[in-house]
Ligand binder design. Sequence first.
Ligand SMILES: [Zn+2]
Length: 494
Amino acid sequence: MTLNLYNTLTRRVEPFLPLAPPRVTLYTCGPTVYNYAHIGNFRTFLFEDLLRRYLEAQGFDVLHIMNLTDVDDRTIKAAAAAGVPLAQHTEPFVRAFFEDRDYLRIRPAQVYPRATQYIAPMVELVLGLLERGLAYRGEDGVYFAIGKFPTYGCLSQVERRELKTGARVASDEYGKEDARDFALWKFADQTDEKAGAAWDAPFGRGRPGWHLECSAMSLQEIRRFGVRTLDIHAGAVDLIFPHHENEIAQSEGVTGQPFARYWLHGEFLLIQGTKMSKRFGNILTVRDLKEEGVDPAAFRMLAFSTHYRQQLSYTDDGLEAAAEGVRRLGEFRGRLVEAVGRTGGRADGDHRPPDRPSGIPRAVAELETAFRTAMDDDLNAPQALGAVFTFVRAVNRELDRGPLAPAQVGVALEAFDRVMVVVDVLPTAADVDAELRAWAEVRIREREAARKARDFARADAIRAELLARGVELEDTPGGTRWRRKRGMEGDGGR
Ligand SMILES: [Zn+2]
């Protein structure tokens, strides 16, 4: 079985073959830190988190690079409106982005290059393009000449006869119908200077265009491997044109090599049928979710319940259904943990539940096959989650039939945890339970050691300490069992 991914470049689902396995270089376009990222942005980041986690679960060694756009038209405009220097305006939004990322349990990238700290490689890239005759100086900046780059349009499939060669666009954002020479470098005006967004360059003092930034930063970061081709470049669908098309032109124009082998694009999150956007005033941030007490696992579940290449309509009902699924998984895991811990692992024959034949091994095998088959098929998370719930039902049925040997349940728990590492949709309270359980087990062992050493005062002190956190002990001939005191559930302090 191999991972297959839909490649926007070829419009096909293809087997994923990185340049130098097990290494995978993954570049994902990061937030523009002029404001809070909204949950539509985070839907994209969650799809990328799923991709990253699945690659890692398959044994790939992923170098994940995510840029922070801290200088572009929008950041400068926002800083000017706030009347502060660029860096002062963007810094709090960088911090907020990291907080929101952690809240949603998104694995941090290894590198977060900031555009303002990569000006030298950007200047170098522009020089390279000028040298090759692919760029020229206009009155307000340096432009890329799309007419000189024969494969321009290969990613977005923009019609070449629609290209307005010679005509220019200075703005970072424009539509397909406006495909024309675009700004690599914009000569500094007063607003730029005032914001501290201007740098000297041999071709004129100014600042980078947004598209140039990603090309320069990604190439700079993968240089450590001596390569100039990314394995995967990902982002939201609205970046295909012009952003990614322009990144290809700039990068390949200089390196003469494919810029990325696989281009992956995530679809939008819609609210009331429209794309979330400042323009429509329907912005929802991760901060809003947090304030409403939404479990991050529920938002993850919602995001993964629709395939990343399909639009997802955000509704309160949808989020509630996702939260219900998350609760069920949390309860299920709690049940497994309890069943495994029933004997404290040190039981004699009297206390060990019978090692009867059960459907657990089969359920585990089916989960593993179905989960992997689904994920290998272009990260079909909805189908993978379906396999998880099928597993939950099958194992619950087995447990309903009567107690099972802890070792058998342990196999189910391990298999369940392995897939949870990829999707990470257990309720936040369940994390508290896991932490409590680990802590309690350590304390119980310490108490046993104290009792063996006949240090009963210490043993009693540990028992009291456990009780204070809601853990009741029962000493049996087979060892010490523990359970959570009734009424203490969910007191994890969050
Ligand atoms: Zn980008």
